[in-house]
Design a protein around this ligand. Structure first.
Ligand code: NAD
Length: 359
């Protein structure tokens, strides 16, 4: 049976493949822009400079100041620099932090962003922006921040360390998982989500065996694209709410937090999401209990499985429970203080999630 749905396609242009970044000058020309400010984090400065060099006269310079969660002062600096250099677009090169900085400039004065993602976080596929001021992160949706063109070049992800590749890949899979039971999911999103999980979970073991496996890098980035598109098109639920609270309140690392929480949030929601469970069973190669399989996979890939290992204190659990309950996201299963407390205790300790009753 097909549930009634509304589907709003987001405008997206994707250039995908090894060497895709070489077509950036043509992309900028095709879009009619003349001077691009390249934005990246300090660790990606050499990549940013390489891209600026390739742009030649279309480069307005490089700003290598991107930081996690887009601090307001960095966003102001980027906006001022873009204006001072006469840039008419930005090229954001890097993970969610660099792309978030590009979005902040787009939000401040409408400069379009082109994105060259080098992690699997998926921000480039969403109209969601975030800005942090005085320790508080504000987020919102605005179509102006959606990149006008995204160049996925798997070659640029070869330097992403194995541990970050794994957690970033599971972070991406979490977008697809929650899209499967989102209140505004649709058949097309379900197709993308299932294929995204399949591609990512096939690629990650290959990347752990050989971090330089370019075919696995292609698969992982393909899965990240699909999963990012799912994030952009749907409303996220308990898993993302928990990760936002844990990241925002306790400053836990973004992708690793997603990796630890996913099996537990999914186990909580599985009884209320039979279609999602069926899709995930197919994507994960026929497993009976997808939540348990994500927990096992994290262990096989050497990824963290406990919030304790990420630096959270057990005494922080009630704070997070209160925060999640104060402003809950839509969810297929009622979120209760008791349920959340149990979930967080298991995630904190690194225990397996409770078994799926219908497994
Ligand atoms: P990140 O961009 O901070 O990158 C993580 C680390 O990886 C950094 O140290 C970076 O220098 C390094 N790195 C990135 N690419 C590399 C490469 N190819 N080789 C070597 N090192 C590399 O983190 P992230 O996980 O990509 O993104 C997380 C941020 O993005 C968070 O702030 C999150 O809130 C945001 N985000 C936003 C959205 C959205 O839709 N707005 C979606 C997902 C994530």
């Amino acid at each position: 049976m097909i549930r009634p749905f509304t589907y709003q396609a987001l405008p997206m242009r994707v250039v995908f493949g090894v060497g895709a970044v070489k077509s950036l000058p043509q992309e900028i020309e095709r879009l009619g822009y003349e001077r691009a400010l390249v934005l990246c984090g300090p660790e990606q400065e050499s990549t940013g400079r390489m891209i600026a060099d390739a742009l030649g006269s279309r480069s307005a310079g490089v700003l290598a100041e991107a930081r996690m969660h887009v601090p307001l002062e960095v966003a102001d600096l980027a906006r001022d620099r873009a204006l001072a250099l006469g840039a008419d677009c930005c090229v954001a090169v890097g993970g969610g932090s660099a792309i978030g900085l590009g979005k902040a400039v787009a939000l401040a004065h409408g400069l379009p962003v082109l994105a060259v993602p080098t992690t699997y976080a998926g921000s480039e596929m969403t109209p969601i922006w975030g800005l942090t001021e005085g320790g508080r992160k504000r987020t919102g949706r605005d179509p102006r921040v959606l990149p006008v063109s995204v160049l996925y070049d798997p070659g640029l992800t070869l330097t992403l360390p194995t541990d970050l590749s794994v957690t970033s890949g599971i972070n991406a899979a979490a977008h697809a998982v929650e899209a499967l039971y989102a209140p505004d999911t649709s058949p097309i999103i379900s197709l993308m989500a299932e294929e995204g999980v399949r591609a990512l979970t096939n690629a990650l073991p290959a990347l752990v065996r050989d971090n330089g496996d370019l075919e696995a890098r292609e698969q992982a980035q393909y899965g990240a694209w699909l999963s990012g598109a799912c994030l952009g098109a749907t409303t996220m639920s308990l898993h993302h709410k928990l990760c936002h609270s844990l990241g925002g309140t306790l400053d836990l690392p973004h992708a690793a937090t997603h990796t630890v929480v996913l099996p537990h949030a999914l186990a909580y929601n599985q009884p209320g999401a039979p279609q999602a469970v069926a899709a995930l069973r197919r994507a994960l190669g026929g497993t009976a209990d997808p939540a348990r399989r994500f927990w096992e996979l994290a262990g096989e890939l050497g990824a963290p499985r406990s919030l304790r290992r990420l630096g959270m204190a057990e005494t922080d659990i009630p704070r997070i429970v209160d925060e999640v309950l104060a402003d809950p996201y839509a969810n297929p299963i009622d979120v209760t203080a008791e349920g959340l407390t149990g979930l967080l205790h298991a995630a904190w300790a690194g225990d397996p999630p409770p078994p799926h009753a219908a497994a």
